[in-house]
Every structure is written in C-alpha cells, then in structure tokens.
Design a protein around this ligand. Structure first.
Ligand code: ATP
Ligand code: MG
Length: 399
C-alpha cells in the first residue's frame, strides 16, 4: 500500500493499473464507492477504475503482461489480473435511454470523465480520484458527504425513472451510512416507489438485505413506509420498528417485521433458504403462547420439543419477545433456558444419556426404542429422573 493526497491509501496493484493507463496516454481514475469510502476514512472493499481507453485498448495494453477477463466488454469493462487481483477497468460511459426502469437500452463510450460521472446514481458516488490529478467532484459529492446526505445526480424523477433500483440503493445507503435522503430525492422516492416492482425479485432482495443490515434501518423504514408496503405488502407497527434496534441479524429483523404476517410474502422475494427458515420459524413460534407455565427448565424444554425450537432459536425468540415489550416472563424464561443447558437436560434423543444401543441391550427393539426414548426424555424433563445413564437404567427397571 502507498499513501497519496486526501489520506487515500491505494493498493499497489491499483496504482499499477492507473499508472499503466496514464503512461499510455489515457486518463484513469478511481471512481464511485471506493472514492466515497476513502473520503469517509473507510477502507474500500473494492476499487473501480474508469478510463478514457476503449475496451479493446485496455485489453491490448494489459494483455501483453497480464491475463485479462472480459467481465463486460459490451458495457466497457475489462479486468486484468494484477498481483492476483481482478482489477475492474471500465471505459467512460454514457447510458442510453431506459425503457424498462432498469437497464439502459444501449451504452455509448465517451472520451469525457464528466459523462461517466453524470450517469452515476448519487453525488457521493459520482466522484473520481487520481493520484496525479486529485479529486474530480462535479456534483457536490464532497459537500453532501460532509452533510451526510444522499442526493441524486441530476433530476431525481428522471434518474429513478431510468432505473428504479436506484430508489432502493438510496435507502440502502441511508440505512448503512446513516445519511439522510435529501428532500427532492426523498419526495421522488415516495412518488415513484411503485416502479420498483419492475426490478427483479433477486435484486430487490439483495438491496433490502443490505438495508436491513444497516444501523440506521429503523429510521429509514419509519420515514419511507412505502418501501415495505410496496415490496412486501406489510406495514410494521411503531413497536415493531423500534424492535429493529439495537443491532440484529437480517433474519431477526425480518422476523420482527413479519410478526403477525404471512411469511409467504417474503418468499416472493426469493430470499436464501437459511434466512427464510430462520425468519419464518421465529414468526411461527412468536405466535405460540409462552409464559410463566414454561418458566422452569424442564417445562421450557418440553415446550421447545413440542414446537420444534432449538436452543439458538429459543434465545432469539426470547429476545424478540423482549424487544416487542410483551409483559411476559422474559427474565424467568432466560434463566430457565440457561439452567436447562447447564443441567444438560435432553432436548433431543442424542442428548439423552441413554442411547438406542443401551435400550436394545435392555431388551427393546424396533419402534419401542423410539417410543421409550421419548418417554425417558419426558420423564427427565418432568423431573422424574436424572439425565444420567445409571439413573435412566434404574428408572427403566422400576417401570
Ligand atoms: P458498495 O459496493 O459498498 O455496495 P458502491 O457505491 O460501490 O457501494 P456498486 O454497486 O459497487 O456500489 O457500484 C459502484 C458504482 O457504480 C457506484 O458507486 C455508482 O457510482 C455506480 N452505480 C452502481 N449502480 C448504479 C445504478 N443503479 N445507477 C447509477 N450508478 C450506479
Ligand atoms: Mg462497490
């Protein structure tokens, strides 16, 4: 890594790419998210380069020394592999008209950096930086970074009309960075949110997931109830929105939002199975009565067995109840859960101190083994027997 102006640390392999392009007489800049992050003092996750060189010229220039990947020749992107990193280099571009709210009908290459910055979504994402020429900020991106504000480049209605996903990106950046959405940009989102449905479910979910991982997500959902109404058909209550905080996983936050709702709506956004199962399990369990009757280790495990809740899910469920401010036995249930684990109470057959083999040796066979195991688990959880091999064998012989 080496340092340059603006405290911008640029890894050597990126410096190499920039220098190679400039040495051949082309303009080359870092652009977009990496410039935004660096100006905020955050180490960028990846670096995008924009250049006046055409895709074929980029290929020819790097091809002699590096392997290159044509990641998107049509859109002007070539990625040479430098020091093991695929460095995405994209020709300055003007996006053509948009007829589907999502994809430009065509892209044109340009010789001007200004054109490339103009097509970008938000002012804070529309800055370029080169170690030789410094920062290019044509739309007040630095000022908006200082104001902590997300503002469209150009007219919001037009930009969201071109690509409806940008609305979700604006809200995502606001949730993740804790920035406010500038007034005209915000008004335009309220007005145009319906067209988000022209965007594929996968893309909506991918942005929504990032939004829900953001520290500021509750504030964003409060200010833009239209988002969840449009993409999921749900209107969470103020208590639910408050329960999103403090930090939590995306699965947990989805469960908060879906309390009392049918999780089938979430399925339509094609979430990954793990997150969907986590969310729908919590929502299902939340609807089942739970209270002082379960506030002993054995009773709690019996409830969990009856409703297929493992310990991790139970912990999350208790947290969900706590955040939803239900007047219920939160403390007592947490203690019961901890005590049940400490005492090694059996939640599953595998946790019973007597195995199927042991039962076979005691003369049981076939279905009896499963039935006996269930009986023994219940006996332990009801406090009639300890979960030790000796105690369980003695209990069997007494029966
Ligand atoms: P992050 O990578 O942290 O999600 P990012 O700003 O780098 O944020 P990318 O999706 O990697 O986002 O896009 C890189 C850059 O490309 C953006 O900073 C922005 O300049 C531009 N960009 C991305 N998507 C769009 C879009 N839908 N419309 C206009 N410009 C976009
Ligand atoms: Mg990025």
């Amino acid at each position: 890594m080496s340092a340059c102006g603006l405290h911008f640390f640029i890894p050597d392999y990126i410096q190499t790419a920039l220098r190679t392009l400039e040495a051949a007489g082309f303009e080359a800049y870092l652009v977009g998210g990496c410039v935004r992050d660096a100006l905020m003092g955050v180490t960028p996750e990846d670096y995008d380069i924009t250049t006046s060189a055409l895709p074929e010229q980029i290929k020819a220039l790097f091809g002699t020394e590096y392997k290159t990947i044509d990641t998107g020749m049509k859109h002007g992107t070539v990625a040479p592999i430098i020091e093991g990193h695929a460095v995405e280099i994209t020709t300055f571009r003007i996006d053509g008209s948009y007829s589907d709210n999502r994809h430009p009908d065509s892209v044109r290459f340009s010789a001007k950096l200004f054109d490339d910055l103009s097509r970008r979504d938000f002012t804070v994402n529309a800055m370029a930086f080169s170690p030789t020429t410094g920062l290019a900020d044509c739309f007040g991106g630095q000022e908006d970074l200082q104001k902590r504000c997300i503002r469209c480049v150009g007219e919001a209605d037009k930009r969201f009309g071109e690509d409806a996903l940008r609305m979700l990106r604006a809200l995502r950046f606001s949730a993740v960075l804790g920035f406010t959405v500038e007034e005209q940009t915000a008004n335009s989102i309220h007005k145009n949110i319906g067209s988000i449905l022209n965007v594929s479910a996968e893309r909506i979910y991918s942005e929504l997931k990032k939004l829900l991982a953001g520290d500021n997500c509750a504030a964003v959902l409060r200010r833009f109830p239209c988002l969840l109404q449009t993409v999921l058909g749900i209107t969470p209550s103020p208590t639910q929105l408050a329960a999103l905080e403090p930090e939590a996983t995306v699965g947990f936050r989805l469960a908060v939002l879906f309390i009392g709702e049918d999780c089938g709506r979430l399925k339509s956004l094609k979430p990954d199975n793990k997150t969907f199962r986590y969310c729908s399990d919590l929502v299902r369990l939340y609807a089942i009565p739970l209270g002082m009757e379960q506030a002993s280790p054995g009773a709690l495990f019996l409830w969990m067995r009856a409703h297929q809740a493992d310990c991790a899910t139970m912990e999350a469920l208790l947290e969900l109840h706590r955040r939803m401010e239900c007047a219920f036995a939160y403390e007592a249930l947490c203690e019961s859960l901890a005590e049940a684990r400490l005492k090694n109470l059996p939640l599953t057959a595998a946790e019973l101190a007597l195995s199927g083999e042991d039962l076979k040796k005691s003369g049981f066979s076939g279905r009896e083994i499963g039935e006996k195991t269930e009986q023994l688990i219940t006996a332990v959880l009801a406090g009639r027997c300890e979960n030790t091999r000796g105690a369980l064998l003695a209990y069997l012989s007494e029966e």
